[in-house]
Design a protein around this ligand. Structure first.
Ligand SMILES: *Cc1c(COP(=O)(O)O)cnc(C)c1O
Length: 319
């Protein structure tokens, strides 16, 4: 999409340059608060449960969903410095960062897991990153695993020629991102009893839970297999707010074998959900969340009268 011509994402590119520093998230013209829509779904209605869709996928056409909420505080903190961040070959976070770089005139570098990718044609996701001006730097899996240790990080920054860079962690989850996601919970206050979200790093859940009102609960559906996600979420909340916050829990049953793994049943479920509700269902995260919620409703896990808000954190990437 050409941002100069697109109606929605267009904004004053030049104003940002003239101002020098990129500190005004409003320059990205988000649609906030994101829309909240109730849908009728008999798999919930049968149990007296209401289902609401929190459409974070509509916040911004290119910085989609929770990526807007997590990135914008970091863009402000970067204050115009190059941004270096990390991700896998299909990372939604890398694409969002690259788009932000193009829209705001910031240099971005993506450190990509897997040095074998360097010799192959770019997949559509990485091709989009490159088209948005992101410099891609491929590292082997063992270096990627060690990316947060100071020597490895310093070597990466030297290699990409960005020693003054602002570093955003993999998945974009740090204290600033978690504080940014608190607004998601605040937007849902008084609107839902349970707010549910798919989890990668858990940064979005950490912020969401902190923003909800008294008596409101957050539910996380991890899409990765067997991590130490609870520990990570508590650590992120402590970093962001000084202590764990809110009433949250995880249900670990819906990862379907791990990140980016799927099954025919999950695909069929997602297609059916799209047809029922006209919602484009992102497959890596949102499909697993919705599948988990339908299962929980059918198990009677939600008391009659409960309003469940499913956070639609992303949209399908169509290359
Ligand atoms: C990145 C992403 C998530 C995971 O967010 P975390 O804060 O890392 O848990 C969820 N859904 C979608 C669509 C994403 O792109």
């Amino acid at each position: 999409m050409d941002h100069v011509r697109s109606g929605q994402s267009e904004f004053s590119h030049r104003t940002v340059f003239d101002n020098g520093l990129v500190t005004d998230p409003a320059a990205l013209r988000p649609r906030l608060p994101s829309p909240l829509r109730e849908v009728t779904d008999d798999r919930f209605a049968r149990h007296g449960v209401r289902l609401l869709l929190k459409r974070d996928d509509l916040i911004h056409p290119e910085l989609i969903g929770n990526k807007w909420r997590k990135l914008v505080p970091n863009l402000a903190a970067a204050a115009g410095r190059p941004i270096v961040t990390f991700g896998g070959a299909y990372s939604n976070h890398l694409r969002a960062t690259a788009a932000a770089g193009r829209l705001l005139g910031l240099t971005t570098v993506g450190v990509v897991r897997g040095d074998e990718l360097a010799d192959r044609p770019l997949n559509p996701s990485l091709a989009r990153c490159a088209a948005d001006g992101m410099r891609l730097h491929f590292v082997d899996r063992s270096a990627y695993r060690r990316k947060t240790d100071p020597d490895t990080l310093a070597a990466v920054l030297r290699a990409v020629g960005a020693e003054d860079a602002y570093v955003v962690p993999e998945g974009g989850s740090n204290a600033a991102a978690v504080r940014g996601c608190r607004a998601l919970g605040e937007e849902l206050r008084g609107r839902a009893d349970v707010a549910a979200v798919a989890c990668g790093t858990g940064g979005t859940l950490a912020g969401l839970a902190a923003g909800l009102g008294p008596g409101e609960r957050a539910l996380g559906i991890p899409v990765l297999k067997g991590g130490f996600l609870s520990t990570g979420i508590r650590a992120l909340q402590t970093e962001a707010f000084g202590a764990p916050r809110g009433d949250w829990r995880l249900d670990d049953r819906f990862h379907f074998g791990g990140y980016a793994r799927t099954t025919p049943a999950l695909d069929a479920f997602a297609e059916d959900f799209e047809q029922r509700h006209g919602l484009p269902v992102e497959r890596l995260y949102v499909a697993k969340l919705l599948y988990g919620l339908v299962t929980l409703a059918e198990e009677g896990a939600f008391a009659p009268g409960t309003a469940v808000a499913a956070v639609v954190t992303g949209a399908p990437f169509d290359g």
